[in-house]
Design a protein around this ligand. Sequence first.
Ligand code: SF4
Length: 275
Amino acid sequence: MAEQLGFFPRVSESDPRPPETITWNPWCGCTKVSEGCRHCYMYRRFESVGRDPAAVSRTQSFGLPVKRLRTGEYKGMYKVPCGSRIFTCFSSDFFHRDADVWRGEAWDMMLERQDCTFFMITKRPERILEHLPADGTDRCSHITIAVTCEDQRAADKRLPIYLELPLLHRSVMVEPMLSPVDLRPYLRDGLIESVSAGGESGPMARTCDFSWVQDLQSQCVEYGVSFSYHQTGARLIRNGREYNIPRRYQHIQAKKAHLDYDPINRVLPDDVPVG
Ligand code: SF4
């Protein structure tokens, strides 16, 4: 999926270490904004250890992208190797209001690490324009800000705003997919590079119908946009029958459906049964 989402790691001759794929959470905690948040995994995780998931706080790993090694063979080099893929802010929303005070510093770190790629997801595209780096997005070619659209309502609310933003990469996550979603009005102008779909995980998961995913994939094929079926979710309906899929199989079962589509290599879908 990462390759389809604007990740093209660069390799530095001065850093012999292999690139890594890591998650960087500069802050954590968030407040719910829509149906897609109902069973937020961060809420589940925080509540299970008695933490308030709605309290947004800066984490100890805030400075991770620019942290330097103090000892060892690579002393003085960044802790995160050159060319790494950094999934950013997956325990919050990067554009949450309560993080306004820290965001400028986070942008500075991302702009310093032009040798890495960053990928983040937001449900708050209406806050992006006012909270981009101070000098604009010219030096942000290594950063992808994706938007989640879990249903048609979210798509129609968020995508018109998202498409107007001065971003260099655009990616849409239809996850957890809660209904059929028609993205055609938003795919037409070629601004969206990739679409990803997936069902909901966890004990309270809502169902995802495989036909919704197939339809979304066919929209992407129609408009030549990359598509990835990321994971099935815990409850998949196919041909009217419901399948309960354990977490460890959700990704692999989605891949077995052969719905991933790459318009550059023209990988066309098969219709391999799931489950
Ligand atoms: S925006 Fe994301 S992190 Fe925040 S509550 Fe919703 S699902 Fe959770």
